[in-house]
Design a protein around this ligand. Structure first.
Ligand code: PLP
Length: 369
């Protein structure tokens, strides 16, 4: 039999499949426990669940599920544009903001092109670049801070896209407005600059990158309904850019990439400001609690700003397994070459306390051993 690699695109050979957070159901099956007793702090999901208004809207939308969705997502794009003070033509929806990253690959990447991002940057940029046969250049991130100067210097004649997650996942660190402005004043017009702002709504001092869209720069800003809006399972995100750039991205998408129930849910979630406020309050409270506990436990963490913390536990995969046995799912970071670390999402206070109690038991035993 011939190897499938004589047929498949060669760039896929070394492409690792994205490893998501371990699902609750899978953990429950493996440990023979009730799924309702499991605490999942592995995917930066909203611990309060979906916006209540979104649930209502989705129930109503289910009645019309026999009809194809609005391909462009007119009402949702219009509501997003209005919220951002931009035009409908500035917005494109994706099946999660991850799909917009894929549009960017279709639109701008070819075999042997480069993309530039930073060490420890969200891994999806590299996966998608690789799938298009492009090379990913990662610049060092000393102390887990992304270095935009280094990213500028790393740009080659083959570079098409620079990916800047802000704040980054899994490190949680934020790039300042000053650094962004300096970068934008120096970067070539021939480069597409992507600011991935999945955690934007959690920030006390959010960066202003939409100004570059208004100034007709080659900038794409990515946001999502997966985090503060609590709709990760629906798969809705969006990109914001100049109308001509958005038009190019539209050519790369499938006709009905956002289903009708997701469109209805996201539209209602956008208007559910009470849920967004309450989510931010719960995350702020939990974030402060976790930082306080880790400090007290003398556990080193990266001072992040999103709804998760990257924590040095010594042996990430081992602590991940031991937490699983105590019905707490966190995220090991092997894929990022961060084997001493795990990423812990902020949950409800009850979930946070369970996680800390389990971690205390585990680390006490490890330190005694
Ligand atoms: C969670 C996250 C996203 C969101 O992806 P979706 O496809 O919208 O669910 C995007 N970028 C980063 C850096 C993230 O952490």
């Amino acid at each position: 039999m011939t190897s499938i690699w004589e047929l498949a695109n060669p760039q896929l050979r070394n492409l690792a499949v994205y490893e998501p957070g371990k699902p609750i159901e899978e953990t429950a099956r493996e440990f023979g426990v009730d799924p309702r007793t499991i605490v999942k702090l592995a995917s930066n999901e909203n611990p309060l669940g979906p916006a209540p208004k979104a649930i209502q809207a989705m129930r109503a939308a289910a009645e019309d599920a026999h009809l194809y969705p609005d391909g462009g997502g007119f009402y949702l794009c219009k509501a997003i544009a209005a919220k951002l003070g931009l035009a409908l033509e500035n917005v494109i929806l994706g099946n999660g903001s991850n799909e917009v990253i894929e549009f960017l690959g279709h639109a701008f990447l070819d075999l042997d092109d480069d993309v530039v991002t930073s060490q420890y940057a969200f891994i999806v940029y590299k996966l998608i670049a690789t799938s298009f046969g492009a090379r990913t250049i990662e610049t060092p991130s000393p102390d887990f801070q992304q270095d935009l100067e280094a990213m500028l210097d790393a740009i080659t004649p083959k570079t098409r896209i620079v990916f800047i997650p802000n704040p980054n996942n899994p490190t949680g660190t934020l790039i300042s407005q000053r650094e962004i402005d300096r970068f934008m004043s120096r970067v070539s017009e021939n480069i597409i600059v992507v600011f991935d702002e999945a955690y934007f709504e959690f920030l006390d001092h959010p960066p202003n990158t939409l100004q570059f869209v208004r100034d007709d720069r080659n900038v794409v800003v990515l946001r999502t309904f997966s985090k503060i809006h609590g709709l990760a399972g629906l798969r809705v995100g969006y990109g914001v850019a100049r109308p001509d750039l958005i038009e190019v991205l539209h050519k790369t998408r499938q006709p009905f990439n956002i289903n009708s129930i997701a469109q209805a849910g996201a539209l209602a979630a956008l208007k559910d400001e009470a849920h967004q406020r309450e989510t931010k309050r719960v995350i702020d409270e939990g974030f402060a609690y976790l930082q306080e506990q880790f400090t007290e436990m003398k556990v080193w963490f990266v001072p992040g700003v999103a709804n998760f913390l990257m924590v040095n536990v010594g042996d990430g995969p081992a602590v991940f397994q031991k937490l699983l046995a105590r019905k707490v799912i966190v995220r090991p970071l092997k894929g990022y070459n961060l084997s001493e670390w795990v990423r812990i999402s902020v949950g409800t206070m009850e979930q946070n306390r369970k996680c800390i109690a389990a971690l205390k038991q585990i680390l006490r035993k490890d330190r005694q051993a």
